[in-house]
Write a protein that binds this ligand. Structure first.
Ligand SMILES: Cc1cc2nc3c(=O)[nH]c(=O)nc-3n(C[C@H](O)[C@H](O)[C@H](O)COP(=O)(O)O)c2cc1C
Length: 219
């Protein structure tokens, strides 16, 4: 099994600088859970390989002008400058094709994914690699058997009450992967993390159950 593991939280997995007051102690919840999922997958698949990107340590730059001009053009039409500017995009898009499982940590930032993760997305949607064209209709070229496990952390709880459905994160993740041909997406939701210690404990217990269920169902 080839695992592609992406973390995008600005916070570290354990403790970090006290950036803001938080009952969970300023560590990243999405990192904690992507790590757990990857460990469970590796325990189940002794020959698993992992490609890891920590987007806080090595941020993906925003697309440049030259890269953007070549993004939706076949590679054989690229100028040397475009090919060079798209090297990172080519690598990231191919990593998606090679993955059997994509484990992705998604903090909620202003009801969306963090900008650094959006930048990874912008590089990864590449004509001729992850998306193609069928008589003017875009088609996803990634392996439809690839499984995505998205660990989504949020201060608010969007599953119920007045904020139900208010976050754009899940829709965006589904739209992005659907566009490149991957629809087998499981969400591990860590919600209501700003709602006190009991809410954090409940969210973590539910997430622990969910990750076991997801990994058990993977053949
Ligand atoms: C810049 C920023 C924006 C945030 N915006 C939201 C938001 O719109 N909705 C929300 O529920 N939580 C928001 N939060 C809280 C985070 O989603 C929450 O702390 C979550 O645990 C972040 O994931 P992490 O623990 O992996 O870093 C925000 C946090 C930061 C730092």
């Amino acid at each position: 099994m080839n695992i592609l593991h992406i973390d995008s939280s600005a916070l570290s997995a354990e403790t970090s600088l006290p950036l803001y007051s938080d009952p969970r102690g300023n560590y990243s919840m999405s990192r904690r859970y992507t790590k757990k999922v990857v460990e469970l997958l590796k325990a189940k698949n002794s020959d698993a390989t992992v490609v890891y990107h920590d987007l806080e340590v090595n941020p993906i730059p925003y697309l440049s002008h030259v890269a953007t001009t070549g993004l939706f053009m076949p590679a054989n039409m690229h100028s040397p400058e475009q090919a060079k500017a798209l090297e990172l995009s080519t690598k990231l898009a191919n990593e998606i094709l090679e993955a059997n499982a994509i484990v992705i940590g998604v903090p909620t930032h202003n009801f969306m994914v963090p900008a650094v993760l959006k930048s990874w997305v912008d590089h990864s949607v590449r004509f001729g690699i992850t998306v193609g064209d069928n008589n003017g209709i875009p088609v996803g070229l990634a392996n439809p058997k690839t499984k995505v496990i998205a660990c989504v952390a949020s201060g608010g709880d969007y599953s119920q009450g007045p904020l139900k459905g208010f976050s754009l994160v899940e829709d965006f993740i589904e739209r992005f992967f659907g566009n490149i041909g991957i629809t087998d997406i499981s969400f591990v939701n860590l919600q209501g993390l700003a709602n006190g210690q009991d809410a954090v404990k409940d969210a973590m217990e539910a997430a622990d159950r969910k990750i076991s269920e997801i990994v058990n169902n993977i053949k």
